[in-house]
Design a protein around this ligand. Structure first.
Ligand SMILES: *[C@@H]1O[C@H](CO)[C@@H](O)[C@H](O)[C@H]1NC(C)=O
Ligand SMILES: *[C@@H]1O[C@H](CO)[C@@H](O)[C@H](O)[C@H]1NC(C)=O
Ligand SMILES: *[C@@H]1O[C@H](CO)[C@@H](O)[C@H](O)[C@H]1NC(C)=O
Ligand SMILES: *[C@@H]1O[C@H](CO)[C@@H](O)[C@H](O)[C@H]1NC(C)=O
Ligand SMILES: *[C@@H]1O[C@H](CO)[C@@H](O)[C@H](O)[C@H]1NC(C)=O
Ligand SMILES: *[C@@H]1O[C@H](CO)[C@@H](O)[C@H](O)[C@H]1NC(C)=O
Ligand SMILES: *[C@@H]1O[C@H](CO)[C@@H](O)[C@H](O)[C@H]1NC(C)=O
Ligand SMILES: *[C@@H]1O[C@H](CO)[C@@H](O)[C@H](O)[C@H]1NC(C)=O
Ligand SMILES: *[C@@H]1O[C@H](CO)[C@@H](O)[C@H](O)[C@H]1NC(C)=O
Ligand SMILES: *[C@@H]1O[C@H](CO)[C@@H](O)[C@H](O)[C@H]1NC(C)=O
Ligand SMILES: *[C@@H]1O[C@H](CO)[C@@H](O)[C@H](O)[C@H]1NC(C)=O
Ligand SMILES: *[C@@H]1O[C@H](CO)[C@@H](O)[C@H](O)[C@H]1NC(C)=O
Length: 540
């Protein structure tokens, strides 16, 4: 056929110009490499691998034809030897959720089939990424043959929904630096001591793999001092209060233990001794009690997430003076009883100046926000919703010029909405609903150009709505409901809001007087104008 002739021609051209470009000095040492830069036995192995795979994603394996397998999509060869050293067949169109679920076998963009034993012919393979595909073979288990690929440095099988016991023969891959077995929620293990045979391991993820009853897991990990990242979130680990005399993990930067239900005191966790940590996620673990004094030794910490532990007695204690690197702190959903001023004032100056996100939503903090003139100037996200805060919106917020999200809803805040909020021109989300605010919306809000979410519902706002609200052209969500707003809402308020998806103006005292030819934006999904919903207002 025509295309075969063209292929042959191209191959001949490639072969004939190859020596020209390689310029003698760069001639591959290996004889095989002359053959279009690809070793024939390895090309055959790849074609055999391809035979075991079906795909609706025509882009991926369609390039797997012709002589030079080194140019096939997802394949890299050594420039020196011509051997295939990298096989990257990751399904790129995937976003697993926080809990680790993604069903690759229900994903049309995935590869389907089996991991063929022909892979064993790729003896120099260093990098293998088959993640997020449905390559389950006949028994749905991680194939034993992978335990023989002793040259691998990088193995990514994440999101392949293997079932059954995690094979200990992966411990044969003694050169491994990266092992990603995350998002395989139907796999389990009762013994992970084989990991200690991987002395170069830097990255380990078993996110979502069931590991109940493994009592010695911190001891096992402590035998691998090369580790930099450990992700054992969503693993059903029983507890993390094992005592480690000496923590070997001096290079550990990231530890993610989210969602394991440890149910012991926060202070008894072994991880407080891993002082090199930059990122620590202990969310959703039913950890109780106060922070330990050893927190003061965690001087490298940048991200601390202890959210969703339902721990009313958690409170920053101990020596925080050295936590100067902290950028993100998330203590949301703990129902912490305490004075907000005590918490904020316990953060040292150096931390206040660095912090970018402070999430204290859904606690039981009381009191008024302290006056901390011009501190927290790097803050981008401030979430204090769902607490018992009183007093007015504090004036020092005006200096938080980088703020993009300000959430203060469901508190007992009083006073009016300050006009200087209009100076926070980076804000994209402003939620002040369910408070006791009075007065109006300041006309200065017209400067908040990037605002997409404005929720002022369920307050006591009792004046008219300024026309300047009509210049918030990026608004997607606008809720002014359940207030006592007066005056008239006209086209001027709404005509320029062409991105709106949801608007709720119900339960107010204003009149809505729109011209009969007024058209709602085509983006609108729901609109409540009176006390009854208008339904979708799609224009023709
Ligand atoms: C091999 O050569 C290509 C093209 O010259 C270059 O882009 C690539 O980085 C080289 N790879 C290695 C591992 O040296
Ligand atoms: C491929 O697409 C066809 C039709 O679009 C569909 O019927 C089939 O189930 C898909 N196959 C896979 C493996 O997703
Ligand atoms: C493994 O692949 C997934 C995507 O499929 C990616 O998110 C993850 O970062 C990879 N793991 C490593 C260690 O590179
Ligand atoms: C893995 O190593 C064990 C010894 O630890 C050996 O018995 C086994 O055959 C090896 N498995 C593979 C698949 O190479
Ligand atoms: C530290 O790691 C080494 C292996 O590198 C191991 O021999 C030693 O037992 C470990 N120490 C502890 C306290 O686990
Ligand atoms: C660790 O916590 C568990 C509860 O999850 C508890 O039963 C056990 O006694 C604790 N062990 C230590 C050493 O504190
Ligand atoms: C942590 O700091 C305390 C003093 O706050 C000190 O006694 C202890 O030795 C430190 N621990 C480590 C592991 O550095
Ligand atoms: C929250 O605080 C209030 C008042 O201080 C108290 O009555 C209530 O019991 C607290 N709630 C919880 C869950 O601790
Ligand atoms: C804002 O910062 C400036 C400069 O640091 C300071 O003078 C001013 O008092 C601050 N304003 C408020 C309300 O804290
Ligand atoms: C807000 O910005 C205006 C200039 O746009 C400035 O005059 C005013 O002082 C600022 N308000 C505060 C409280 O910083
Ligand atoms: C709005 O309510 C506040 C506080 O109750 C009151 O002082 C003010 O006069 C009211 N404004 C209007 C226009 O009713
Ligand atoms: C709406 O847009 C028009 C045209 O850009 C402009 O003249 C008008 O001032 C805008 N209205 C408001 C309330 O910003």
């Amino acid at each position: 056929s025509m295309s075969r002739t063209t292929n042959l021609l191209l191959t001949l051209i490639t072969i004939s110009i190859f020596p020209f470009f390689t310029n003698g000095a760069l001639q591959p040492q290996h004889q095989h490499a002359h053959d279009g830069g690809c070793i024939p036995a390895e090309r055959a192995a790849l074609l055999s691998l391809k035979e075991g795979i079906t795909s609706n994603n025509t882009n991926l394996l369609a390039s797997w034809k012709g002589q030079d397998c080194c140019r096939w999509r997802g394949i890299s060869c050594s420039n020196r030897t011509g051997h295939v050293i990298k096989l990257h067949l990751r399904n790129p169109n995937v976003a697993p959720d926080h809990y680790g679920y993604h069903d690759a076998c229900a994903d049309a963009s995935a590869l389907f089939g089996e991991i063929s034993p022909s892979l064993l012919s790729l003896k120099r393979l260093k990098h293998l990424d088959l993640s997020m595909n449905c390559l389950l073979g006949t028994n749905s288990q991680i194939p034993h043959l992978l335990g023989s690929m002793g040259n691998l440095r990088y193995l990514n099988l994440s999101g392949i929904p293997f079932t059954g016991r995690m094979p200990s023969h992966l411990g044969n891959l003694s050169k491994l630096q990266y092992l990603d077995l995350g998002y395989c929620p139907a796999m389990y293990s009762t013994d992970i001591t084989w990991l200690t045979k991987l002395p170069f391991l830097k990255f380990l993820s078993m996110r979502g793999v069931m590991l109940p009853g493994i009592a010695d897991w911190p001891h096992t990990l402590n035998m691998i001092p090369s580790l930099r990242v450990i992700d054992l979130s969503n693993c059903l680990l029983d507890y993390a209060n094992q005592s480690l005399q000496h923590v070997n993990l001096t290079k550990l930067e990231k530890l993610d233990l989210f969602n394991n239900y440890f149910e012991h005191s926060l202070a008894s966790g072994w991880f407080w001794k891993a002082t090199s940590l930059k990122y620590l996620d202990l969310g959703n673990n039913r950890l109780f009690g106060q922070f330990p004094d050893t927190l003061g030794n965690m001087t490298n910490l940048q991200v601390l997430d202890i959210s969703e532990n339902w721990n009313p007695h958690m409170m920053m204690a101990g020596n925080l003076e050295n936590l100067c690197g902290l950028e993100i702190i998330d203590l949301s959903y703990n129902y912490i009883n305490g004075d907000i001023a005590v918490l904020m004032e316990s953060l040292p100056q150096c931390t206040r100046k660095k912090l970018q996100e402070m999430d204290l939503r859904y606690n039981n903090f009381t009191g008024t926000l302290p006056n901390l003139v011009s501190d927290f100037t790097r803050l981008r996200i401030l979430s204090l919703s769902g607490n018992n805060l009183v007093g007015s919106i504090p004036p020092w917020l005006v200096n938080l010029t980088r703020l993009t999200t300000l959430e203060l809803f469901s508190n007992h805040l009083t006073g009016s909405i300050p006009p200087w909020l209009g100076n926070l021109t980076c804000l994209t989300s402003l939620e002040l609903s369910d408070n006791l605010l009075t007065g109006s919306i300041p006309a200065e809000f017209g400067k908040l150009m990037y605002l997409t979410i404005l929720d002022l519902s369920s307050n006591h706002l009792n004046e008219s709505v300024p026309a300047e609200i009509g210049s918030l052209v990026n608004l997607i969500f606008l809720d002014l409901s359940n207030n006592s707003f007066t005056g008239v809402i006209t086209e001027e308020h709404l005509a320029n809001l062409t991105s709106l998806k949801q608007i709720d103006l119900s339960l107010n005292n204003f009149k809505i007087a729109l011209n009969s030819d007024w058209r709602a934006p085509s983006t609108l999904e729901s609109a409540w104008f009176a006390s009854c919903q208008m339904g979708p207002l799609f224009p023709p």
